[in-house]
Design a protein around this ligand. Sequence first.
Ligand code: B3K
Ligand code: ZN
Length: 872
Amino acid sequence: PQPVYLSEYQSPAFEVEDLELDFDLAAATTEVTTRMAVRRNPQAAEPGAPLRLYGDGVELVSLTVDGAEPGEGMLEEDADGLLLHGLPEAARLEIVSRCHPEQNTALEGLYASSGNLCTQCEPEGFRRITFFPDRPDVLTTYRVRLEADRAQYPVLLANGNRVEAGELDGGRHYAVWEDPFLKPSYLFALVAGDLACQRDTFTTMSGREVQLELYVEAHNADRCDHALASLKRAMRYDEEAFGREYDLDVYMIVAVDDFNMGAMENKGLNLFNAKYVLASPDTATDDDFVAIESVIAHEYFHNWSGNRVTCRDWFQLSLKEGLTVFRDQEFTTDCTLYGVKRIDDVSLLRAHQFPEDAGPLAHPVRPDHYAEINNFYTLTVYEKGAELIRMLRTLIGRETFRRGLDVYFERFDGQAVTTDDFVAVMAEVSGRDLTAFKRWYTQAGTPHVTAATAQDGSTGEFRISLGQYTPPTPGQEHKEPVVIPVRVAMLDDDGRRIRGRLEGGPEQDEWVLELDRSERSFHFDELSATPRAVSWLRGFSAPVILEANQSATTLAHLLAHDDDAFSRWEAAQTLMRRAIRARIEDDAADSVLEAEIQHALAALLEDPAIEPVLLATILQLPPPRELAELFDCVDPVRLRAERDALEARLYAPLADRLRERQPKLDDIDNGAFTADAMGQRRLRNRLLALRVAAGDESAVPEVLEQYRKARSQTMRMGALNAINDLNHEARALLLADFERRYHDDPLVLDKYFGLQAASQVSGGFDRLEYLLQHPGFRWSNPNRVRAVLGPFMARNERHFHQADGEGYHRIAGFVEKLDRMNPQTAARLVQPLTRWRKVDPARGEQMRAELERLAALEISRDLRDVIERALA
Ligand code: B3K
Ligand code: ZN
């Protein structure tokens, strides 16, 4: 595919002054009349340039310019849509076109889902609905008229406010919607369907009442409370924490069954994957509740960071996504999960973004070229992008950062801007030169930071030396140093923070060291005690890989005492990583190290002061996916086996303590959505799972009992997860019960699919086949496909990485099949195969061969882009 380059950006030749869309809606064929006033853009580079109207698979019925057919040679049709040559300074266009929602299995543009019609336009789906300058820097106001059969589509929704509605002949009806805010076409949305509406209201900080409307299929009406409550919390939080108020009179959310991603922030009319809306304690786990709250908040926060201020072009995607992820992370931290949220986010980053940044698909947070923009909705743009925002805040301070955000929203309201514009505002309000910081946006790859300390006994001076290095990534051989904020503290023998001065500065007990070149030393004096341990990178102050070479005793000291939850967890993670590394590299267990770890974990289990949720999180070994990054390449089946074996060795002798520390089921299974209750449940489920993993047979009957007595999905899934890799009849029994119980509840059945697909218990391919033939499975639904194949690839090492290549071959076959229906989902599904250089050469060769085989077929641009980069 031909790439698009950032360096070739040109502002649009025409502005659209206003837009009217008339939809004659029907599932088979929808006719759209598009009326717009266009005017030459005074900023355009070429004075007489043609007007580009993108169109993708749309049938053109008619087109007029100022009421007349275009003259000879004026209208050109090409692969990207239409070009209108020789337009005057200003003109009115009317275009009639058709599209076919029911045949649209790509779920981009206008499509049908469970009998309803809906849209997904970001990034380039609007051009599948009608011909338009479908680019984010063309903003206009929309007036949308929807007409449809009343019985089939009683609800007709679009962005903004409903200004008119009424009955028509022949059982039809219509509604007219106006959105007063300027918006790009990617934020357009419509819904036509038979949906129940759950209502609520929210009074904004200036006293305006906003109608909240949540549309779902009637049978899901009892699973809406959590989403509505989450929305209200998010609206309040955005006012309190960021000073942002909602701007329309109504805020609508529609749950859709078939959806490519999580949700979409269309102005005033969010469309959601049903998975991120519907929840009741019986059907959704605590993690689901947290995820729903965070996605609801994320889409709501986009109303300012994305909609009011949008992106100039798609290279700037992180302008809205990085910032909005940062905002939703803050929300979840402050309102729901507190200390452990940061750890969860770091785990996600390490298990998914670091591998992306170290593999063939690595790209900068602001890419400089792409062949298919849909493939750039990545962990790098989203999660690493959020880390960049957080580092900016760390560097310029919370208050200055908050002031910067106010300036940013105020100055660019109603405009389409760039990440440079964002950083420029932060530089302006802080008075700092952030030029070097911007390398974070343009350089791919995860920096490695080396850290060392030296103590001068005679002068009492303490020195920290930091160094950085970023490995090459595709197309970027050489890297410049970036600006890395390293937050540190020092602990004394009792685990208390030491006070001191950094380079003659004020007395403090925590510092942010700015590593802004390849190497740098920092001198401390007047320390109140001799440092026993340095607490590095507190709160994970930068998305880097830290190499600090701390001894096991030092790490144990941090694990026991550090008051920074991240650093405490990190101490345990570092110890466990080291133990795995010893097994894989030296082919022997480092028994001294393991004894030290066990000792430290035992002490932790006795610590009455530690938060249950933190304890649960610390006890968990790093996931295989993250451990794989420790090696140039590794046999994934062996890595998983070594990890599980280490887990068993560490915890078998602690089985009694694990049991004693378990909260009682009756005390905690209360459906309360509070940090404390969720933490207790996380702890119980983790301890139960560790006991099973450690071979404690007394845990199995407890698993059975927990499943039977459970009143919530959290505890039911806790039981199932604990036993899922155990070849025991109890597993078969519980899973069969679960399948019976939820066979007609797709979102819960997905959990069953995931358990079966991920299980290491033998016979994985037969189970996989069984799931794909299951009456609840559909290839056309991305949730179902992801529920089965995601866990199979991510957690079922034994089968996905089976030595004869059977797992790779099957997945490649599924990718091929799916690509014909839904290229976006296929291009995601194939990604585990792109990591062929990170597994042992024999497996790597098989993975590569499957990619080569796919590349030789006629495949979508989405899939080809991923495969070509993976093979390059
Ligand atoms: N902005 C959308 C993502 C659209 C993805 C299109 N492939 C959801 C979000 O980030 O909030
Ligand atoms: Zn987003």
